[in-house]
Design a protein. Sequence first.
Length: 90
Amino acid sequence: MERASVLRAGAALFAAAAFVGAGGYVVAHPKNDFAPLQPPAETQLALRTSAPSASPLPTRTSRATAAPRITTAPGVQATQLPGITYTHVS
């Protein structure tokens, strides 16, 4: 066999093995609906959303306004880490 044919056959074999391996991984790891850190469904979002805060969000045209404050639930304790800074500019 020529060297090019051997390389093509090896590449095809590698691609087939990757395809079968990826399929096996997907089958072996089903989604768990009760896992933590899942985003809430639309029906649950209305129950978890609090009332809007009194301070308005900054507008895109005004660059001098302060970034919005992050509020936490009553049971969440603050840490000694520095505050979150917003660096996004569009």
